[in-house]
Write a protein that binds this ligand. Structure first.
Ligand code: 6MZ
Length: 349
């Protein structure tokens, strides 16, 4: 059994993170730093810090509302984005697609545009300041929040299009569709997502994260998204899952998040990804979702997922390398990443 992929192995393994929401990824250190500065209500601290308990989906979304009251200016967005990139780099993440919803905040004058500029500034600054140290490639997926209006979704896509062009398609590479899965009808957001497609932006679409969304999921699948966020209840629906299987649309799998929001049982071996992987060798990508809120790390998620499948080190390495196929970056970046993985394996034989 010495060959099984334990946590230590997963911590050293090079990894790809494709499902991380910026504000849900803030570490306790980052939050404490912001809270100490005040004037934010300190009762926030006891609500968010020391997180990680099982919470309902609604309680989880209440936490995001609180976080949004703390991350309120472009300066703070730059700071937290750099902190989150650093956290992932220290966890041996070599490529990160960070998703985040641009927001207008009246009190500070922050606009969706200045929010996005702040995320991009942080990515560029991190790169400049760390050129010789732990190398991590970062891309940004602006998020459409389904609890906001369709009009806002159009605005976000328009900005995503503009920033994708101004960064030569190197930083803004796609759009994420997320938000409280109980809010509104996801199908109403298909037109802005089609607009994103026309602008050559990739699509990562949350769907079927909660039960009872069969019709909505069917419609969202007509978009043929590049990746599915969660898709927790798709495997229960033959008419829907067959589309996903046939088109081999990868699933972004966030085990701890699903357990803590009470959408899957606590037994890891009963998580839906085991069905997709074991029965169908379907592409599944391990992700954290909100490493701050759910008190996890990508290494931890890999060790849980590899443990549930009883994977060896080699199999776990192959799985983390397979994620490169599904990144939204260009071919050169993919080749470079594959080289990094091969070098790692050779030097650890
Ligand atoms: C759906 C989620 C999510 O955008 O402010 N978000 N949407 N399902 C989830 N599973 C638990 N976790 C996070 O990060 C926080 C936002 O990401 C989305 C929600 O819209 C949340 O408000 P940003 O950086």
């Amino acid at each position: 059994m010495a060959d099984l992929a334990d946590l230590k192995f997963c911590q050293e393994l090079p990894k790809i993170e494709l499902h991380a929401h910026l504000n849900g990824s803030l570490s306790d250190e980052t939050l404490n730093k912001l809270l100490r500065r005040g004037p934010t209500n300190n009762s926030y601290a006891s609500t968010i810090i020391g997180k990680g308990e099982r919470r309902t989906m609604q309680e989880g979304f209440e936490m995001f509302r609180i976080l949004h009251e703390i991350v309120v200016s472009p300066e703070i967005v730059v700071e937290v984005t750099k902190d989150v990139i650093t956290d992932f780099a220290l966890d041996q993440v070599k490529y990160l697609e960070l998703r985040s919803t641009p927001r207008n905040v009246l009190s500070s004058g922050m606009t969706k545009r200045s929010y996005m500029e702040a995320v991009l500034t942080a990515i560029q600054r991190y790169r400049e300041e760390n050129e010789d140290r732990c190398r991590i490639d970062v891309r940004y997926l602006p998020s459409i929040d389904r609890s906001k209006s369709v009009e806002e979704a159009h605005e976000t896509v328009k900005l995503a299009e503009e920033f994708s062009l101004s960064t030569n398609g190197n930083l803004v590479v796609g759009v994420d569709f997320s938000g409280n899965p109980h809010a509104n009808d996801g199908a109403d957001y298909i037109p802005p997502m089609m607009q994103a497609r026309r602008a050559n932006l990739h699509l990562a679409v949350h769907m079927a994260e909660v039960e009872g969304k069969k019709e909505e999921t069917k419609k969202l699948l007509e978009l043929l998204p590049d990746r599915i966020g969660h898709g927790t209840f798709i495997s229960n629906e033959p008419g829907v899952r067959d589309v996903v299987l046939k088109k081999r649309i990868p699933l972004e799998v966030c085990v701890t998040s699903n357990i803590k929001t009470c959408t899957v049982p606590e037994d890891h071996t009963k998580h839906h990804f085991t069905w997709w992987r074991q029965e169908h060798q379907h592409p599944c990508i391990v992700g954290t979702d909100d490493k701050g809120i759910f008190a996890t790390s990508l290494s931890n998620e890999y060790s849980i997922a590899a443990g549930a499948l009883g994977l060896s080190r080699r199999e776990t390495f192959n799985w983390s390398k397979e994620a490169i196929d599904h990144v939204f970056a260009d071919i050169d970046t993919k080749s470079r990443l594959r080289q990094t993985w091969d070098d790692y394996w050779k030097s650890n034989l």
